[in-house]
Write a protein that binds this ligand. Structure first.
Ligand code: BGC
Ligand code: NOJ
Length: 831
């Protein structure tokens, strides 16, 4: 589990980066509540409060040359030699380097010429502050006189303006300095009631706040004037580019070390108490915060609190199974990545600038599936926030800003899958928690100010939206696009200056999506089961009528002979058909039809999945479609804009792979399921890491497909729906631990070679210790279920409130109940 850049340290739950020149910057996130930091293995990245666009505290230069050249930096001047413990920006060769990305913290250790500097970056739980715990050690046998220089570059809060409107920003930057505390107060004189504090818990001997002075107008940060000269200039920025830098002078005897901390904090101020004297910012809160972290032990206890929080969180689901990469990813990294998607949706990563995209409607609803077991209360709120951006016709704002929670009108809507994901997330929430009261929460619609329709009303509106918008084959209209944002069947754009995503659609656009049909079948069956659980039998029956109608249309119109079509285009022609020269078979409709219950009784689901295996699968995963498109086709849109094998044009778009895994589970194929699960798993890429390039510990959005020029090369790590779905595929599909309305269902689908596995699962406050044995070496089918010593029939461990721990023993080798393949949930009694 190591490659030439790093390795997993499973016991410590850390990824250890062993050299700084990774194939791409390898990122970690700091923060869980409101203050977040992006932190690479060389300390690069930036910090923001809640919204990477509207409250960005420090700057980042995306797509810089070289990449990732601004961040949280500490320079060491040791007798004229200047170096950084994280290597960048000076890139002075280090004697030793190590970066440990852990859960909410990153620890970077660099050593040179007998001096070791350790930087530990983290955000204490509940605090709007990023701490840089710093330890400097003299490992040599002579006294060391060192000068250290810290560095952050302030962003003038609104990141888009900051990066584009220099005629204003070069004039508006302001700072105040008090002792070691540098206050970034740009725009504070007018409407901002917040400032950023960058301070040190140790005495400083100088500071700078002007980038021009610190670096030099014509110098990069790698050759910054102040650290090279070894003397701070006490510069005060007036406009231009305000920064925060401290000078610290340290004298260390041989073997001696010193520990202190830098504190980068965001402070909101009561409007009435903004100033302590005319035009001077009230620094009381800043002073208190700094005093708090200057107390002996305060930094360490904050770090312990952070670690305790993660240990507790991850203890919700732990596994011990024969596949080490599955165990390692699930126990730590996959759940950790799901929390990142909770916090950030698709807004801020190394590939999402935090400016263009906020919280995605379909994205965040799917993300819920990956974190609902960890943070059910926050998942509840997220679902309600999302629902509030739905319109009364059932369509949705495609994205909303996290700070305002208002739909982003620039991005618009018209994606006809969006609303269905709300059903999927809501049902997952109720299954996890048993809390059906969420359905009655008054939310209202974004286009009807003051309205207060319930969440359940939204779900019904979503069903009605799809039913009421069908095309000539009785299948759901696709709108601007479905899950595949780039399959634009109605736009016909030929204008290079137009964005594919917001290009208009032709009047009366009639293209239909088979994927939405499959998703509808899945979502409606979920909602029907919820109604059944609530004893609303008439509603259940009504939904099954709609289900039957759509299913009939799918089976009558969407079967191509060996697989399901992907869509019908605006002219009513099939997309994803055997007679096409390119884009012959698409994955999305195969798995979604299967997951929705199509092809269950007639063998088509199996045949569709076999076709996926034959035509789309490779060692790096399943491609979106093949062959990829080699020329631009306006009738298909953005999908044909990418070079063959990249992104939506036939790459291995990882998000879709767990759907395939789940489909194999449905079909009872444990070997295939695990194989497809591992194909996209980043931890399995050690032997081709220079090709793969992305972080080995988190999923990427896309891996260049077999037909690409650089097959196997991953892009866009971290913020992808792959995280949630990979977690669902492993935990619910393969390991088969499925939250259900009345308890936990245990329905594994594992490789027959597995002898056993164990799961610890916290569910509705009770810890289930589950052991699954496989003496007959089958994939699935529960032969016996024993709960706290009592034998039960079936595979449901009923929810027993009041207990703290429940022992569950499962032996495989029985028949899998047919209902799992069929469409109807078991008739249910009202509670
Ligand atoms: C990307 C998609 C993304 C869409 C919306 C497209 O350019 O290829 O993956 O969903 O933009 O941001
Ligand atoms: C990324 C987007 O965030 C997501 O919404 C979309 O479904 C996929 N790309 C596929 O296009």
């Amino acid at each position: 589990m190591s490659n030439r850049y790093g390795r997993f340290d499973d016991a410590a739950r850390e990824y250890v980066v062993t050299r700084p020149d990774t194939p791409l910057p390898w990122l970690n996130y700091l923060g869980q509540d409101e203050l977040f930091g992006l932190c690479t293995n060389t300390g690069g990245g930036y910090t923001f409060w809640r919204d990477a666009r509207l409250r960005r505290l420090t700057r980042y230069r995306y797509n810089d040359v070289p990449l990732d050249s601004v961040g949280r930096y500490l320079y060491v001047n040791d007798g004229g030699t200047v170096w950084n413990p994280g290597w960048k920006p000076t890139k002075t060769e280090l004697d030793r380097y190590e970066c440990r990305h852990g859960l909410g913290y990153t620890r970077i250790v660099g050593a040179k010429d007998g001096v070791e500097v350790e930087l530990l970056f983290f955000v204490p739980p509940g605090e709007n502050a990023e701490i840089w715990k710093t330890t400097v050690r003299n490992e040599g046998d002579a006294v060391k006189d060192l000068r250290l220089f810290s560095y952050v570059e302030f962003c003038l809060y609104e990141a888009f303006n900051d990066a584009t409107n220099y005629q204003r920003s070069y004039a508006s930057g302001e700072v105040e300095v008090e002792g070691s505390a540098i206050y970034h107060v740009s725009e504070y004189r007018e409407r901002r009631n917040h400032y950023t504090l960058f301070a040190c818990t140790r005495e400083v001997s100088g500071f700078d706040t002007s980038r021009d002075v610190f670096a030099g107008v014509h110098s990069g940060l790698h050759e910054a004037a102040v650290p090279l000269a070894g003397r701070a200039q006490r510069s005060i920025a007036h406009g231009w580019n305000p920064i925060g830098s401290h000078q610290l002078d340290l004298r260390l005897e041989p073997g001696a070390e010193e520990t202190f901390a830098f504190v980068l904090a965001y402070v909101e101020q009561d409007a009435a108490e903004k100033f302590e004297s005319p035009s001077v910012a009230n620094k009381e809160q800043g002073r208190r915060l700094l005093a708090r972290y200057s107390e002996p032990g305060a930094v360490d206890s904050a770090l312990q609190a952070l670690q305790a929080r993660w240990t507790d969180l991850l203890s919700t689901f732990q596994v011990d199974c024969p596949e080490p990469n599955a165990t390692r990813m699930l126990n730590t990294w996959n759940q950790y990545q799901c929390m990142a998607t909770f916090n950030l949706s698709r807004s801020a990563s190394l590939y999402e600038t935090g400016i263009g995209r906020g919280m995605g409607f379909r994205d965040s609803n799917q993300d819920v599936l990956g974190f609902v077991h960890l943070i059910p209360d926050r998942a509840r709120q997220r679902i309600l926030d999302l629902a509030a951006t739905q319109l009364s016709d059932g369509t949705c704002f495609h994205q909303y800003q996290p700070l305002t929670k208002k739909g982003n009108a620039d991005i618009g809507g018209g994606f006809y899958d969006d609303h269905l994901w709300l059903i999927v997330s809501t049902c997952a929430y109720v299954k996890e928690t048993g809390d059906a009261s969420i359905l009655q929460e008054p939310i209202g619609y974004a286009d009807l100010p003051g309205s207060s329709e319930t969440l359940l009303h939204h779900l019904e509106t979503s069903v009605a939206m799809t039913l009421g918008n069908r095309g000539g084959h009785g299948l759901p209209l696709i709108g601007h696009a479905d899950w595949n944002d780039c399959l634009n069947l109605n736009s016909f754009t030929t204008d290079p200056d137009e964005s594919f995503q917001t290009a208009g659609d032709i009047e009366g656009s009639k293209a239909e999506s088979v994927m939405i049909a499959g998703l509808f079948l899945y979502a409606v069956r979920e909602l029907a089961a919820l109604y059944a659980h609530l004893g609303r039998i008439a509603d259940e029956a009504r939904l099954f009528q709609a289900y039957d109608e759509l299913l009939a249309a799918v089976e009558a119109e969407a079967w191509d002979g060996e697989w399901y079509l992907r869509a019908f285009d605006a002219a009513g022609e099939p997309v994803g058909t055997h007679s096409a020269d390119e884009g012959r078979i698409f994955v999305e409709s195969q798995s979604w039809c299967a997951l929705g219950g199509a092809g269950a009784g007639n063998g088509r689901a199996r045949q569709a999945l076999e076709s996926v295996q034959t035509h789309l699968a490779s060692t790096d995963g399943v491609a979106l479609h093949r062959p990829p498109f080699t020329r631009y086709r306006p009738e298909l849109g953005e999908i044909t804009s990418y070079p063959p094998g990249y992104k939506e044009n036939g790459s291995i778009f990882c998000h879709t792979n767990p759907w395939v895994t789940l489909s194999w589970c449905l079909l009872g194929e444990g070997d295939r399921a695990l194989e497809s699960h591992l194909a996209i798993c980043p931890a399995t890429k050690d032997d081709r890491i220079d090709t793969y390039r992305n972080e080995p510990y988190v999923y990427a959005q896309t891996i260049a497909g077999p037909d690409a020029a650089t097959p196997g090369e991953a892009k866009n790590s971290w913020l992808t729906g792959t995280a949630a779905w990979a977690l669902v595929a492993l935990t619910q599909g393969i390991l088969g631990v499925k939250p259900d309305y009345r308890g936990l269902r245990i329905d594994p689908c594992i490789p027959p070679a597995w002898d056993s596995f164990r799961v610890t699962r916290r569910f509705r406050g009770v810890v289930y210790e589950i052991t699954v044995r496989n003496p007959h070496h089958v994939s699935c089918g529960v032969q016996s279920l024993t709960v706290d010593g009592s034998k039960l029939t079936g595979d449901l461990v009923p929810d027993v409130p009041g207990k703290t721990t429940v022992e569950v023993e499962v032996v495989l080798g029985g028949n899998r109940p047919a209902r799992r393949r069929g469409r109807r949930a078991q008739p249910a009694r009202a509670r």
